[in-house]
Design a protein around this ligand. Structure first.
Ligand code: ATP
Ligand code: MG
Length: 680
């Protein structure tokens, strides 16, 4: 019999959530756990999985889904540790074979059942950039980009398409509510999206959204849905507030009576509405079943000190709508969160790095500290400062290893070998060959398109006239029958001369490709490798050579979105100013503004012991849309109202004299700033 000690640390409500309906050889009714940040939701979910396992559940019949692969891995590791404690011999993390993201699990289901549902089993998956490129090819083919001045950019077209797919809303509503300046193009956009869908099908390509859309669509067949859903007894989902309607539809189709479903989340942390996530999913979950699902709430925060929690509660307390209640904590402290005003983003970077290094001196590892920001581009000055002072870091949610051109080139080659109809990959790879431009590449791809077996047909396709001596080498490389992962080595051998021709820093880039081969050895085949890398690529690091070694100490840099669910002893937030949080794009509607407030709440609640918010008075806005890049004079974020200031320690900081531009004394006129201001 299992020892119950592993549940002793849980409080009453957590324990109730863990034990709810868990009986040997039975499946529990549906359960919702909804509670604020740091109340132990994820921890409770991990204990519930462990408790199921202790009570005889088959690890392979448990489906665990959360918002990133990193979070999923962390969850399975926790489960393994708890079962170890409970049973002496643990259930290995790897035994939980169905743990991942909705998109990753979707890709697996679709690939496994491809033939039965009319998909090519070797379909390629396009990341957002590939999808935008394909959208662009379609735009050009329809003549919209050339003829129609000011037709929405490819990225905007993709964003509109994606929003319509994920929300299920009709195009006119999506345009009216979220892209009103694109409404005049409704008819053309509709035509474009039709062409985009046809192109994907002709090329055996699925984009991110298709992984959910196709999954949801096949689930509308009840027999098929029952077959798929029958593979699991227990389905547990974390961060449910950030799922969209397609995801909810999939879940309901998997278990129409809700038996075996446990969903966990916090409506106050819903921050993905811009990707069509809807907080309705979590709020409506209980009434989706007959009888309604049980709801358990948690009210004690175990993460943050009292002053940090009070400040965060004050911010979220002003939200218009909120289901979860304020939390309490027993972690007393006299240290309030710091709100630091500085003149520039450069000063902000210097102040943060000074404090981070000071804390390292006194024993707080870099790994226990994190700097968060709204958008990846906001960390530029900080990264420069870290590099200047030799502080290693890993950046989450920013530019990925995969975003570099050379890595994309090589992966496109691999994709093309598997699926020669993938035109985005085709255009990319063919144009690496000297003498082949878009036109010649298009002709080759057209010829391949007509052939029943494109790879075989490659031998017979006439070499583009200007491709010269490089053509036979390409054909041979494409037709190489090398096994995995040797195939990647062959691809690299073909690619390297091109790399050297195109890039001055070929040496550094070659190191990346070697590292890619290293990563590849961990995957059973090219498909698994490509799928995983496309869906959840490794993060960028300060030395650009991949993920640091395990025992290395490094600072975490992360967008707030990617910091979801995590915690650090010390947290710094860049740019707690209006124009950033809320972003100048996010102030259009009350809904958008409310989401920005929740974003600040998520950022603040990542901190355990120390929280520092930076308020640079001059702040550089990079705006992709309406207003262009510019400096603005910033103000403290409107979400920290005057009446809340007593919850913070407010201070001004300036670098010691001689280290930075001179600045006027407080209350005096800043002549330099005024002169610059004249010209915008
Ligand atoms: P978020 O909303 O940010 O995802 P969460 O509700 O999922 O937070 P967890 O990450 O599970 O919260 O837990 C927050 C912290 O509190 C973790 O460090 C966890 O180990 C700790 N914790 C949770 N429950 C308890 C408990 N009963 N006793 C001691 N520590 C706990
Ligand atoms: Mg959590």
């Amino acid at each position: 019999m299992a020892e119950a000690g592993y549940l002793d640390k849980l409080n009453d409500n957590q324990r109730a959530a863990v034990e709810f309906g868990v009986v040997r050889d039975a499946v529990a009714p549906p359960l919702l756990v909804i509670a604020g940040a740091g109340s132990g939701k994820t921890n409770t979910l991990a204990h519930r999985v462990a408790h199921l396992l202790v009570n005889g559940a088959d690890p392979q019949r448990i489906l665990l889904m959360t918002f990133s692969r990193r979070a999923a891995t962390e969850l399975t590791r926790r489960v393994a540790r708890i079962t170890e404690q409970a049973m002496g011999r643990g259930v290995a993390a790897e035994a939980l074979t169905w743990a991942g993201t909705f998109h990753g699990i979707g890709a697996r289901i679709l690939r496994e059942h491809a033939l039965a549902i009319g998909l090519h089993p070797e379909f390629s998956i396009h990341d957002r950039e590939d999808s935008a490129d394909l959208m662009n090819l379609c735009r050009n083919a329809l003549g919209f980009s050339q003829v129609k001045a000011r037709f929405p950019a490819k990225g905007t077209c993709l964003a509109i398409y994606s929003r319509a797919v994920n929300s299920g809303d009709p195009l006119d509503e999506v345009l009216r509510d979220h892209f009103p300046w694109c409404s005049p193009w409704q008819a053309e956009l509709k035509q474009l999206f039709g062409a985009y869908v046809s192109a994907k099908q002709a090329q055996n390509v699925l984009d991110y959204d298709d992984l959910l859309l196709a999954w949801a669509q096949v689930m509308s067949d009840e027999g098929f849905a029952a077959h798929i859903g029958g593979a699991w007894d227990h389905l547990l989902i974390d961060e449910y507030q950030d799922t969209n309607r397609l995801q909810a539809r999939i879940l309901m189709a998997l278990k129409p009576d809700g038996r075996g479903l446990t969903v966990v989340g916090d409506d106050a942390q819903s921050i993905y509405a811009f990707r069509a996530a809807t907080v309705r999913n979590i709020l409506d979950f209980p009434t989706g079943f007959q009888p309604p699902a049980d709801v358990i709430t948690l009210d004690r925060n175990y993460r943050s000190t009292q002053p940090i929690l009070e400040a965060a509660n004050a911010v979220i307390g002003q939200a218009r709508e909120r289901y979860t209640k304020d939390l309490w904590t027993e972690r007393a402290s006299t240290e309030k969160p710091r709100l630091v005003t500085v003149a520039t983003e450069g000063d902000q970077a210097r102040y943060f790095v000074d404090r981070i290094l000071e804390d390292r001196e006194t024993g707080t590892k870099l790994k226990e500290q994190a700097v968060l920001f709204r958008t990846s581009s906001h960390s530029v000055q900080l990264e420069a400062e870290l590099t200047r002072r030799n502080v290693p870091y890993v950046k989450f949610g920013g530019l990925k290893f995969l975003d570099s051109a050379h890595v994309k080139d090589l992966l496109a080659f691999l994709r093309l070998v598997r699926n020669p109809r993938d035109r985005v990959a085709g255009f990319r790879v063919l144009q690496l060959i000297p003498g082949i431009g878009p036109k010649a590449a298009g002709q080759v791809l057209d010829a391949l398109d007509l052939a029943p077996d494109p790879l075989a047909a490659l031998e017979d396709v006439a070499a583009p006239p200007r491709a010269g001596a490089d053509w036979p080498g390409f054909v041979e490389a494409m037709r190489s029958k090398a096994d995995w992962p040797a195939a990647l080595g062959h691809a690299r051998a073909w690619y390297e001369p091109h790399l050297e021709r195109m890039h001055e820093d070929a040496e550094a880039r070659r190191a990346d490709l070697m590292q890619l081969e290293q990563i590849a050895t961990g995957y059973p085949n090219a498909e698994a490798f490509l799928t995983e890398l496309t869906l959840d690529p490794p993060d960028a690091t300060s030395d650009k050579s991949g993920v640091p070694l395990k025992d290395e100490d490094y600072l975490i840099l992360s967008t707030i979105h990617s910091a979801k669910g995590q915690e650090w002893k010390s947290v710094y937030l860049l740019n707690a100013v209006d124009g950033c949080i809320p972003s100048d794009l996010g102030t259009g509607s009350t809904h958008e503004l409310e989401e920005e407030r929740r974003l600040l709440y998520v950022a603040m609640t990542r901190a355990k012991d120390h929280l520092t918010l930076g308020v640079p008075l001059r702040f550089y806005v990079t705006s992709q849309t309406r207003n262009g890049d510019r400096h603005v004079y910033a103000m403290r974020t409107r979400f920290i109202e005057k009446a809340m200031l007593d919850r913070f320690e407010t201070l001004h900081w300036a670098p010691p004299v001689g280290q930075g531009a001179p600045r006027p004394a407080p209350g005096q006129i800043d002549v330099a700033a005024k002169m610059r201001q004249m010209w915008g």
